[in-house]
Design a binder for this molecule. Structure first.
Ligand SMILES: Nc1ncnc2c1ncn2[C@@H]1O[C@H](COP(=O)(O)OP(=O)(O)OP(=O)(O)O)[C@@H](O)[C@H]1O
Length: 898
């Protein structure tokens, strides 16, 4: 029951609000019309936007002003805040979703929610706030707060389910401000209209509801939550140059906060001066506008689809190209940017093998140790290779080369004290010293070989054509088993048969020369040996071969110093292969059953990427880099700079391994270091995922961890059940609270035991769905979760046949595809539903899952059950829940009852 004084006050606020909504919308419409007639507006169909329902397309309007006007015409404000200024005066702020317009003299001020003043909407009554005014900063206190959901019918504006609080009352929910303002009849009562009066009074009572109502999820997609709580608000406003992990239980708004942040930080208008400066510098360097310079990683494609509308609501254009799963991005990086995976045009030496058993289970669980072991090994290998090259040079009879050898040795000694990145940059400074002698030696040896081939051609003009014919009879060249994986010179492949023959002839003479100089015998068998036999006495004289070989060996040693960064990066996969071979013999990290040296498990590719990207990221932050002149030796750094983005976001971060996260962190522009991730360790449903804050800090050193605890998704009953599952399965306590002033009472979850087969499960589900519709009509969003992909189709079909009579539709979402319409009942394999939410969730055959996935069962169960906001149903094949969970059985009922 509300006091009459309160009702008057609510009426005052409602009147004020509706007047402001009307004002803002009409001015916005008038300005849009003006824009249009003056030809200033490039957007053709404003009417479709102002007619409502098209807010999601706002991101498609290029012109900022038009976008803001369209937004204001559709939704003039989303909050009303009254503050007390220092001089006891008050000011009323209306907060709008996008950019505010200046309205001349009004009784209120309009501010965009992404501006600093927008924070007012997240504060509570009584909170203080430092307001930046033209005259300086003033401290204001929030006196009244209203969260609005405006809608218009023609020119008449209303705000639905507005949540109001003042110093005297609240929060209260006003279902309709316009209805509230219709005064009940004032005429004296007669016997006849007593009933009418009672009805009117009852209706008036419904016009104000104590507390906040939970809203029903009606469709699949992240809900619109334009105003966050004060804690979430503080997080998303943190400076651009920040590395943060938001960690918290399901439904606490982690993803919501992440997307809000992106929306705010992509618009340079909302950036502080120093943020603007770094964004502009990054843009100048990469040519990529700040608003497009971001990447977000999600664990599944389904989550990406699910978030699409949320991005559109933030006005973020073309999010599709910038949200990726790691599986997809790993392929892109390893195949097209780094020479790790083979591609049709060459590339690296590995073929990704998802299903081969290469890694031991302890390797997957201890990836950071595995990485450190590899890194130490490969660094030693890299430096000892250089030391060996210096040794070769030192021994040269050529004084200039020997001098370089001595200098290189001294340099390498000094570099041992430095980090890899600064050592590599020091090596870049040394490049100039080796280039002269290298080029002299190369010219000499090229000339020697040319001369020899010319000599041979003079004797036999058909030499190369005969040789080409012979080459055709040979099996294609196998990939070199070993090698450092880099070409120092980019050799363009020969096109014509004769050119190919010349290249093969030259290459074979070179190999023979090196073998002669080093005293090694040429390998028997294989393609090279067959070519040598064909060449026979058409080769060079022994002494000449040896001299050529000496020179070639010196060139190889000099080349070790010509492109240090590229050698480090491109040689890393080959060093990895040698590391794997070494550790395999020790039965460490690897399974003895590795089939082929070319096979690489995706997690091994992650290891190579993490090693590569991390060093490049460090190089970019080295002050010494700025002092180096631009040169070819810095090309890998330039390529890396084209890869990085101003902001990197990771949703469900715990599903990614520490190595994957390390690569993602290294993809955030090192001069900005904007890396925002969110997740929940209890929801990790991958074997390789990150297990602790330590894993994340290892991946992104210096990252801040912010816990977040208020769960907005679940009813009290489901929140309690979720915490119990974690407590029983892992012994941990989940720190979670329900939102203040919200009636979170829901409905007990339901459990069916001894239900076997799709038909029996479908019968039970159909009965529960009818109950759900009886309690929440129309049918809200519903998901049925099964344990594997094979069950998706049959389960959907069995259920479809049973619910047809109730005009419900069931859609199978194969391979986690986004399918179906708003209130279709969707059937998913549980592994795809990370991050989603539904009003009702049915998880079938949970005891079978416990058998199929003993290690991850509790995580899957937790993730599956926490997708439900209000209705949750589980079925078991057997007569009881899996043993660990038996204590929660009393929390379940047999059917949904209020
Ligand atoms: N401040 C808030 N007030 C009211 N509802 C909120 C608030 N923040 C988030 N929500 C709602 O809570 C629900 C869960 O949000 P979200 O999916 O972002 O949570 P999450 O922490 O990422 O969950 P999960 O761990 O399951 O992925 C959404 O419906 C969202 O709209």
């Amino acid at each position: 029951m509300t006091e009459p004084g309160q009702r008057d006050d609510v009426a005052r606020i409602s009147k004020d609000t509706l007047a402001a909504l009307t004002d803002v919308a009409s001015v916005a419409r008038a300005r849009l019309a003006e824009n249009r007639s003056s030809g200033a507006d490039s957007f053709a169909s404003i009417n479709t936007f102002t007619s409502g329902g098209a807010l999601k397309s706002l991101g498609d309007i290029d012109d900022t002003r038009t976008r803001s006007l369209v937004s204001l015409a559709q939704e003039p404000a989303i909050a009303r805040i009254v503050v007390k200024l220092e001089d006891e005066e008050t000011a009323t702020y209306y907060i709008c979703r996008n950019t505010a317009e200046s309205f001349g003299k009004t009784t209120f001020r309009l501010a965009g929610r992404n501006t600093p003043v927008g924070r007012l909407a997240s504060l509570d009554v009584g909170d203080d706030f430092e307001l930046r005014l033209p005259k300086g900063e003033v401290t204001v206190t929030v006196l009244e707060k209203g969260i609005l959901h405006p809608r218009s019918e023609g020119a008449l504006w209303d705000s639905y389910n507005s949540v109001l609080s003042t110093e005297a009352y609240g929060p209260i929910t006003v279902p309709s401000m316009r209805k509230l303002l219709i005064e009940p009849g004032q005429a004296p009562l007669t016997k006849e209209d007593l009933l009418a009066h009672i009805l009117a009074e009852a209706q008036q009572a419904d016009n104000i509801i104590e507390g906040i109502r939970r809203t029903v999820i009606t469709k699949m997609g992240l809900r619109d939550q334009p105003i966050l709580d004060r804690y979430q608000d503080e997080i998303f406003r943190l400076p651009l140059q920040k590395q943060l992990l938001i960690i918290g239980p399901p439904g606490t708004g982690k993803t919501t906060t992440l997307i809000r942040r992106l929306g705010q930080k992509l618009d340079v208008a909302y950036l502080e001066d120093d943020e603007k400066r770094v964004a502009a510098a990054a843009e100048a360097e990469s040519g990529l506008p700040h608003k497009d310079s971001w990447l977000m990683f999600t664990p599944t494609d389904l989550l990406k689809q699910y978030l699409k509308e949320a991005f559109a609501r933030e006005g973020i254009a073309a999010p599709d190209q910038k949200i990726s799963t790691w599986d997809r991005y790993r392929l892109e990086l390893a195949r097209n940017h780094f020479r790790i995976l083979k591609s049709s045009s060459g590339g690296g030496a590995y073929v990704q093998q998802r299903d081969t058993k290469i890694l031991l289970p302890e390797t997957i669980n201890g990836q950071t140790d595995w990485f450190l072991d590899f890194d130490e090994w490969q660094l030693a290998e890299f430096w000892s290779d250089l030391a060996a090259a210096a040794e070769t040079l030192k021994k040269s009879k050529r004084a200039d080369v020997a001098r370089i050898g001595n200098e290189a040795e001294a340099l390498l000694g000094r570099l041992r004290q430095l980090t890899t990145s600064s050592a590599l940059l020091e090596l870049v400074r040394f490049v100039g010293a080796v280039q002269g002698p290298l080029s002299t030696l190369r010219t000499e040896s090229d000339e020697r070989i040319r001369h020899h081939i010319n000599f041979r051609l003079n004797h036999d003009r058909g030499l190369l054509t005969d040789f080409a014919r012979f080459l055709d009879t040979l099996a294609p060249e196998e990939d070199p088993e070993e090698g450092d994986g880099e070409d120092d010179e980019d050799v363009t492949p020969s096109q014509t048969p004769v050119a190919k023959a010349l290249a093969a002839f030259t290459s074979n003479i070179r190999s023979q020369a090196v073998a002669a100089a080093s005293g090694r015998t040429a390998p028997r068998g294989g393609r090279a040996a067959r070519i040598s036999t064909w060449i026979g006495d058409r080769t060079m004289e022994r002494t000449e071969l040896r001299q050529l070989g000496d020179s070639l060996q010196l060139q190889t040693a000099l080349r070790r110093f010509t492109n240090p960064i590229r050698r480090y990066v491109n040689g890393l996969p080959a060093r990895y292969r040698r590391f794997r071979r070494a550790r395999l013999t020790e039965a460490r990290w690897y399974d003895a059953a590795v089939m082929s040296a070319a096979d690489a498990h995706p997690l091994e590719i992650d290891l190579m990427l993490a090693g590569t990207l991390h060093v490049l990221a460090e190089i970019v932050t080295e002050p010494a880099l700025r002092r180096l002149p631009d040169s070819g030796a810095l090309e890998p750094v330039r390529q890396y700079r084209r890869l990085v983005r101003n902001q990197i976001m990771v949703d469900e971060a715990t599903d990614f391994s520490p190595l994957q996260l390390r690569s993602m962190a290294a993809l955030s522009n090192p001069t900005i270091r904007s890396f925002f991730a969110c997740g929940d360790f209890n929801q990790r449903i991958t074997q390789w995922g990150s297990r602790s804050n330590d894993d994340i800090s290892w991946a992104a050193p210096g990252i801040n961890v912010r816990p977040i605890e208020v769960t907005y998704r679940h009813s009290r009953q489901l929140s309690h059940l979720a915490s119990e599952i974690v407590r029983l399965c892992s012994g941990q306590t989940v720190h979670v609270t329900l939102p203040k002033d919200v009636n979170s009472d829901g409905i007990d979850p339901v459990l069916a035991k001894n239900v076997v087969g799709h038909a029996a499960i479908a019968d039970w589900l159909a009965a529960r769905l009818v109950e759900v519709e009886g309690l929440t009509s129309p049918l809200p969003s519903v998901a049925v979760l099964v344990n594997n992909e094979q069950d998706v189709g049959p389960m959907a079909e069995a259920l479809r046949r049973r619910v047809e009579a109730h005009n419900m539709n069931v859609v199978p979402c194969y391979e986690g595809q986004f399918a179906g319409q708003n209130n279709d009942i969707r059937v998913f394999d549980v592994q795809h539903i990370k991050g989603l939410e539904f009003e009702a969730v049915f998880f079938v055959g949970v005891d079978d899952l416990a058998e199929q996935q003993p290690d991850l069962f509790d995580k899957y169960l937790y993730v599956g059950t926490t997708r439900a906001a209000t209705y949750l149903g589980l079925t078991c094949h057997r007569a009881a829940l899996p043993e660990k969970l038996e204590p929660v059985e009393p929390l379940f009922k047999e059917m949904f009852i209020v």
